[in-house]
Design a binder for this molecule. Sequence first.
Ligand code: HEC
Length: 161
Amino acid sequence: MRSVLKPKMFQFGITTLCALACLAPAYAEDATAAQKAVELRQSVLKLIGWNFSPTIGPMMADKMKYDPAVVQKDAARLEALAPMLPDAFQMDTHAVSGLKTKARAGIWTNMADFKSKDDDLIKAVAHLSAVARNGDEDAFKQAAKAVSQACRACHDNYRED
Ligand code: HEC
């Protein structure tokens, strides 16, 4: 019995090692590409946050004086950044372990909904941009709230706390 089993187990071991050795480079490549994809999308989101949280957010909450010129500038940047999100989330990274990401797997199983959440943001920042050019402060606050709600709607569904 032993003499039959041993070579088989040995063979199994070799086969497994071979398989692992062959898979390892492909796996490392996937992990590197996934890490880059995470960095890219987080960069876009950092820029989105940077053009909202230090200026529009506090102005909306009466913690900073309303400055239409600043809102115009930041809203224009948000108009450029918001449409990048679905592209930046193109690579499905949910199965790759060891990534520092708060993205939920649902993004890639509900991409149509994820995109529609981004469409809501795109519409909200376009409106904010128009209001910063033509509206008064109350209209600005309404428009800024709609933007922050669009951020939250996506985070509630697709970002870990
Ligand atoms: C369509 C979905 C979606 C919308 C809309 C959205 N976000 Fe996010 N946001 C995410 C996801 C998903 C993450 C987590 C990404 C990750 O960790 O890989 C995130 C992460 C972030 C981060 C952290 C980035 C980092 O890693 O440092 C900031 C800041 C942020 N969002 C700000 C905002 C703001 C401000 C808005 C609205 C103006 C907004 N987001 C709108 C999906 C969205």
